[in-house]
Design a protein around this ligand. Structure first.
Ligand code: ADP
Ligand code: ZN
Length: 622
């Protein structure tokens, strides 16, 4: 059977779209605005699509490309991502391929021939390639269904992923005015949106904006004690055998953490810009292709990683902004299944990030903006309210529900108490010691510890010496951090992290400003969340069938998938997504018809794998 999905576009009714959705992609319905977008583009309209990672952007251009005459041209900056998408589409029986610098001259000529012969449904092209005179000429002779500009925020000069090649894409509107353009991005802010619309001549085109909520991601931020040990426990107790990404700030720490996880029997690989390109490529490939690899990385890793079954993203260091935190954690759970965003954070993180900003070569205005962004993230880390609400609120999205039910603060609401007296003790201690000391010394003075340093500065003679014995060191650290987050204290990077009073500290010292503090009982916080967080107890996402039905069958299906993926040289998820494996294990289909009803099984997969899958189900009827 050859895929013949290119229907007559003039008659493309929603039902045609639905039948292709089912036969090619094996999906029973659209998500959110997908249907409207597909209809709009299929009818020849331009648009801008803003959807979070995992929201289902690809369908928005893949389906119209199949429904319209001609070939859909997808512009993407990421070669790895193109390759994976093409592998997935080919599996589903779609005539898709790439045109980029990895092809030989012969291979490229063959692609060109197929395009002109009308033999392609989708062609992925790197922007610099697309804009060559040769390629523009070629496109001029071919029938083009649409232009999809993926990662469209790359046109934004102010964004963090700016790609100069993207600027040239404005030529598409002039050169191919009749071909619809659909720009897609997961970057939400208004400024970027405006820039995309201007540069790609989409000013009059509708914007489709989806919610940026990622309901399947559980947010959790814990107090940093021994971060590596905490991470090991987190993985062993909640994510054993799962694929995950661990972010650290420095290359040295990446290496240390990867080694330490490996020693503990967790398959972990380092990734940072200091590694040889071939080593990086090998580690990335293993992460993509094998089951359950943990990659420990600097932020050099992640852009363009399209792996749908990343079950957790862990931060051992504080990112620099909420945008960065959202983008990095967003790499978890693209497939919609329960996933975790876990971060260990402490006072030293704030000090470190402040120092990086102060020591950067940026202008004063840039530094001010950076400090504001850092403060917003620290406030998210310290909030006693719903983290999801705070996160979405930052992107201008308000939610009406009080609690999301899927962040640590909603699951185990922290106890809050009046912290006025504690705050006054701490701030007085900062003041009396001359605003020249960091957290460790301040706490020594508060709890009355006679260290060398205390003696050296005669701080045991001060009235504040030993006035804070009611809390232990860890609890004082938590108070300190919260006062920094509230803005009553500031870490001074010029003076090696010395803590200084801010203007607002005066109100606290005078008793005019209320201070509510989160209680930090010994260890209780981590434990409480953990007990509720066993896998499978999470609310299943809409299109996931919930807990693991039959472990033996599940394992057999996964083993079969690994073998097929290995033989075909594609990532396991290209063969079948986790959610499809789960669906089969839960439904135990006896017949091909039953199998066909499971999400992710389209006609091609049924044809290729159907009999084999039924056989595996039958031989595992435990
Ligand atoms: P994005 O590009 O927005 O990050 P993708 O297009 O890669 O997201 O889609 C993310 C996941 O959601 C994929 O696993 C895809 O199969 C799945 N998906 C997309 N649309 C639907 C749908 N209508 N029903 C079920 N699953 C969907
Ligand atoms: Zn919440």
């Amino acid at each position: 059977m050859t895929a013949q999905p290119a229907l007559d576009h003039a008659s493309a009714s929603p039902r045609d779209a639905r039948s292709v959705l089912s036969s090619v992609f094996g999906l029973s319905g659209f998500r959110g605005a997908q249907e409207k977008i597909v209809r709009h583009v299929t009818d020849g309209g331009n648009c801008l699509v803003l959807m979070p990672t995992g929201g289902g952007k690809s369908l928005c251009y893949q389906l119209p490309s199949l429904l319209r005459d001609g070939c859909g041209i997808v512009v993407s900056p990421l070669i790895a991502l193109m390759r994976d998408q093409v592998a997935g589409l080919t599996e589903a029986g779609v005539n898709a391929t790439v045109l980029n610098s990895t092809l030989s001259y012969q291979e490229a000529s063959e692609v060109e021939r197929r395009l002109l012969a009308g033999d392609l449904d989708l062609l992925y092209v790197a922007p610099e390639r697309l804009l060559t005179p040769r390629c523009l000429n070629l496109l001029g002779q071919a029938q083009i269904a649409l232009f999809a500009i993926d990662e469209a925020h790359c046109v934004s000069q102010w964004g963090h992923d700016f790609r100069p090649e993207y600027i040239g894409l404005s030529a598409l509107a002039e050169r191919f005015p009749k071909v619809p353009r659909i720009a897609l991005t997961a970057t939400a802010d208004a400024l970027t949106r405006k820039e995309i619309a201007e540069r790609l001549s989409l000013a009059d085109a509708p914007e489709f904006v989806a919610s940026f909520d990622r309901p399947n991601i559980r947010y959790e931020i814990v107090d940093k004690q021994n971060a590596t040990t905490q991470l090991k426990n987190f993985i062993k107790e909640r994510h054993a055998g799962d694929a995950g990404v661990v972010y650290c700030l420095s290359r040295a720490k990446v290496e240390d953490v990867a080694a330490s996880l490996s020693e503990a029997g967790i398959p972990a690989l380092p990734y940072h810009a200091g590694l040889d390109a071939s080593v990086r490529a090998r580690h990335q490939d293993r992460f993509l292709n094998e089951d359950g690899i943990v990659i420990v990385a600097t932020i050099a890793f992640g852009m363009g990683i399209d792996k749908p079954d990343v079950r957790f993203v862990a931060h051992l260091d504080l990112p620099k902004s909420i945008e960065a935190y959202y983008q990095e954690t967003g790499r978890a759970g693209r497939d919609g299944k329960p996933s975790a965003a876990w971060m260990a954070y402490g006072l030293s993180d704030i000090v470190q990030q402040r120092r990086m900003i102060d020591e950067s070569t940026g202008s004063d205005a840039f530094k001010r903006v950076s400090i504001g962004k850092l403060d917003a993230l620290v406030a998210l880390a310290e909030t006693v309210h719903c983290r999801r609400q705070r996160l979405l609120g930052y992107f201008g999205e308000t939610r009406t529900d009080e609690s999301c039910g899927n962040c640590d603060n909603c699951l185990t609401p922290p106890r809050v108490r009046d912290g006025k007296v504690l705050a006054q003790k701490l701030l007085s201690c900062v003041y009396r010691t001359g605003q020249r000391f960091g957290a460790m010394h301040l706490i020594d003075v508060l709890v009355g510890r006679l260290t060398e340093r205390v003696k050296q500065f005669n701080h045991d003679q001060l009235s504040v010496f030993g006035i804070g014995r009611e809390l232990n060191e860890k609890q004082w650290r938590a108070v300190l951090r919260q006062l920094v987050a509230m803005g009553h204290l500031r870490a001074d990077s010029d003076a090696f992290g010395a803590l200084k009073l801010t203007d607002s500290a005066r109100g606290v010292l005078k008793g005019e400003t209320a201070v509510m503090l989160r209680e930090q009982p010994e260890g209780a916080r981590n434990r409480a969340v953990r007990s509720k967080s066993r896998r499978g107890e999470l609310a299943p996402a809409a299109d996931s069938p919930g807990g693991i039905a039959s472990p033996a069958l599940h394992a057999a299906l996964r083993a079969w998938r690994s073998e097929v993926a290995r033989q075909r040289g594609v990532p396991a998820y290209v063969v079948l997504h986790d959610s499809t494996i789960d669906g089969i294990a839960a439904m135990r289909p006896d017949t091909l018809d039953e199998l066909r009803n499971i999400a992710g099984i389209g006609d091609k997969k049924l044809e290729h794998y159907g009999d084999e899958l039924i056989r595996i189900v039958k031989s595992n009827d435990g």
